[in-house]
Ligand binder design. Structure first.
Ligand SMILES: O=C(O)CCC(=O)C(=O)O
Length: 230
């Protein structure tokens, strides 16, 4: 299937304008005083954003999105991570090619295969064995249109199939991912991705979610574990 080969897929029109408005209404302000907000005065992201309100869960897990997840991944799926990304004019940012290799857990525990512990904005991160990342699906809900002017994502197709990469330069094919508001991009976390600075004042808001059906071993617990409403 193309998704597994290329590592990403676009699903158009998953959310209506009214449904996007409900998501926006449930997102807290980018307040630099909030420890979950990244970027200080040039705030641009909120970690663990789904923990902010049950309203957000109601707005996000529409029948249509849950159906898309069931088609591409399966049932018995729960949330493991959520980040709200904005590229506001003051907090404009870019990010070079990388894979998403860190997961968020409740607390540190010495478990074989889990390394590179971090603690940022109250979130404890760790790099798990590659099977955990391979069993994770990233869902990017596009709140605004994204194109080459306002920092649409770029990806390197197929780059998720070689585990955690030390050198990504030999993946030369690059695809830009223009999206319309309401579209969803599905992605494997190990897919190399990057995005440029915005060169307009057009907003580019994305709700980034990671889901899996895989429990963590021993005393490790997913920090944001929450069943998807069904
Ligand atoms: O939304 C973007 O432009 C990039 C986000 C990102 O770096 C990530 O998902 O790891």
């Amino acid at each position: 299937m193309d998704f597994y080969k290329r590592g990403f897929e676009f699903v158009p029109s998953v959310f209506t304008k009214d449904e996007l408005d409900a998501i926006i209404a449930a997102i807290p302000e980018l307040d630099p005083a909030n420890p979950k907000v990244m970027g200080g005065d040039r705030s641009y992201a909120i970690r663990s954003v789904m923990q902010c309100s049950q309203e957000l869960h109601k707005a996000v897990w529409t029948n249509k999105l849950v159906g898309v997840i069931a088609d591409h991944f399966g049932k018995n799926v729960f949330l493991t991570k959520s980040i709200w990304f904005d590229k506001p004019p003051a907090g404009n940012w870019f990010v070079g090619y990388h894979q998403d290799i860190s997961i968020s857990v409740e607390r540190k525990a010495e478990v074989d295969g889990y390394s590179k512990w971090t603690s940022k904005h109250g979130v404890i991160g760790v790099v798990p064995p590659v099977e955990v990342l391979e069993r994770t699906l990233t869902i990017r809900i596009h709140i605004d249109d994204a194109d080459n002017m306002n920092g649409a994502l770029r990806v390197k197709p197929g780059s998720h199939r070689s585990g955690i990469l030390r050198d990504h330069t030999w993946f030369t094919e690059e695809v830009e991912c223009p999206m319309a508001a309401g579209d969803v991009m599905l992605m494997k976390p190990l897919l190399l991705h990057s995005s440029m600075r915005s060169t307009t004042n057009k907003p580019r808001r994305v709700l980034h979610l990671e889901v899996t059906d895989m429990e963590l071993p021993m005393s490790l617990k997913w920090a944001e574990r929450e069943w998807i409403l069904r």
